[in-house]
Write a protein that binds this ligand. Structure first.
Ligand SMILES: Cc1cc2nc3c(=O)[nH]c(=O)nc-3n(C[C@H](O)[C@H](O)[C@H](O)COP(=O)(O)OP(=O)(O)OC[C@H]3O[C@@H](n4cnc5c(N)ncnc54)[C@H](O)[C@@H]3O)c2cc1C
Length: 434
């Protein structure tokens, strides 16, 4: 790192490298930039809301690429980051939630002002955010990465009381730990019932990975237990052949998978769910993953212009197409073709938004994006498989589309890929939180 001011041309070339060739190669880290000499004028103040995969990455890369020329504040309601990736392994029993919990000190060291608070509202005209603590934050540029919230109302009976006992564990944290405790308390010979909402939802392969993790735990500790999967989709949404290989192999006879079985009703006290076709299924532990939409703040700000659920964005800059001058990234976006709602994708969105803002603050047009995704799924405590894709800007369609022939799918789950998956997690946590 040198101490000279960030040279505009060099920084521009670096942005292009990180989002282009680097991303296409699946490189997580962008490139280190050099901080400008002291006394450099600040070009702008950027407020980032949400310190998950998208927001933390955006905050980090704004500083990496903008140095002292950009003032970055990150508002996150939680004191620490808890990773959804690997959280299914907590249910399987091979990881603890503490293993997936990290602090925001690295971002603070980089120069990001990290506030543990909640953004309640935003006034886009006066560029001000109102926080739960009563404070107000002025900004020049705003990035929202609020993740998802749940549409509990779409399932009759999934009221606040029911939510105390019927868990989703689809945001890693206390619910993950509580669901693991329910699994541990379940008698051998009991039934675990899991429901999957219609796509799009956060992490397409995540529910099927969860089935593997619960099956792995049952196989070792409750061999007479069984699993019923009620899938609201017409088929397994992701890595079908690879998941079926595990279910018909190591877990043969343990899993009753039912397609087109959308859960529309819940009787929490009776531990029973009902599908839209009227099938009633009773379990000892019920895990309902509810339908989802972009996080509440995005809804409150009128950003959900795709089916009232997701925020459409200009993929060149990640700006909302509903409210000008707000960038939306991560799961909250209405995905481009074949783009999953994943932590890896949110990380890439964060870099894209950071790059677009740095370019704008310097009076330049945005770089042409190429981004990539890799999602690993564990079938037991050590073997995993992946799906990968590359997405590039298609000018005439004004969107990102998958690059034919790039990316792919594992041939089979393996312990080697399990090691890659753990390394992927360590790398991406480091990339976003430092
Ligand atoms: C079980 C499971 C397994 C998964 N496995 C993988 C995997 O292996 N690989 C992968 O790539 N992805 C995986 N995912 C998906 C991944 O977790 C999400 O896609 C990713 O978290 C999306 O990032 P985000 O920034 O959009 O949202 P998040 O990471 O959820 O971050 C949103 C943050 O915003 C904060 N927030 C929201 N509103 C406010 C507000 N008003 N004020 C302040 N803070 C606010 C929240 O507290 C939260 O920390 C998995 C998900 C699950 C549930």
């Amino acid at each position: 790192m040198s101490s000279s001011a960030l040279p505009i041309d060099r920084s521009r070339r670096r942005l292009g490298q990180a989002l282009g060739a680097g991303a296409a190669l699946g490189v997580l880290a962008g490139c280190a930039t050099r901080p400008p000499a002291s006394g450099v004028r600040t070009n702008g103040k950027v407020l980032v809301v949400g310190g998950g995969f998208g927001g933390a990455t955006a905050a980090s890369y704004l500083k990496r690429w903008g140095g002292d020329t950009v003032d970055v504040t990150l508002v996150e309601r939680n004191a620490r980051f808890i990773s959804c990736p690997l959280s299914n392994l907590v249910l399987g029993g091979s990881r603890r939630i503490e293993d997936l919990t990290l602090g925001y000190q690295g971002l603070r060291t980089r120069g990001v002002s990290v506030l543990q608070d909640e953004v309640l509202d935003v006034d886009p005209v006066n560029r001000t955010a109102r926080l739960g603590s009563g404070a107000r934050q002025q900004y020049d540029q705003l990035i929202l990465s609020p993740g998802i919230d749940f549409l509990f109302d779409e399932i009759t009976g999934f009221d606040r009381r029911a939510q105390d006992t019927v868990l989703h564990a689809w945001k890693a944290g206390p619910q993950t730990v509580a669901l693991r405790a329910q699994l541990e308390a379940m008698p051998d010979g009991g039934t675990f019932v899991m429901s999957i909402p219609k796509a799009p939802y956060r992490c397409p392969p995540g529910p099927y990975e969860r089935v593997c993790q619960v099956a792995s735990y049952f196989k070792a500790h409750k061999p007479r237990a069984r699993i019923v999967v009620l899938d609201g989709n017409p088929d397994i949404v992701s890595k079908k052949g690879l998941f079926l290989a595990a279910w018909n192999g190591a877990y043969k006879g343990m899993i009753d998978y039912r397609a087109n079985a959308l859960v529309t009703e819940l009787d929490a006290a009776g531990r029973t769910v009902t599908t839209e076709l009227g099938d009633r299924v009773k379990g000892d532990v019920i895990n309902v993953i509810p339908p989802q939409r972009a996080g509440d703040l995005a809804a409150r700000l009128g950003l959900l212009n795709a089916n009232g659920r997701w925020a459409q964005v200009d993929w060149m800059t990640m700006r909302s197409t509903a409210v000008s001058d707000i960038h939306v990234i991560g799961d909250a976006t209405f995905a481009a073709p074949a783009m999953p709602k994943s932590g890896h994708m949110a990380n890439q969105h964060g870099k894209l938004a950071a790059a677009a803002i740095i370019e704008q603050l310097n009076g330049r047009s945005p770089v042409t994006p190429v981004i990539a995704n890799t999602c690993y799924s564990f079938v037991d405590d050590r073997s995993a498989m992946h799906v990968a894709s590359v997405h590039q800007w298609v000018a005439d369609k004004k969107t990102l589309e998958p690059v034919a022939g790039a990316g792919g799918l594992s041939g089979a789950a393996s312990e080697l890929e399990g090691q890659y998956a753990f390394a992927w997690a360590r790398n991406i946590w480091d990339d976003m939180l430092s």
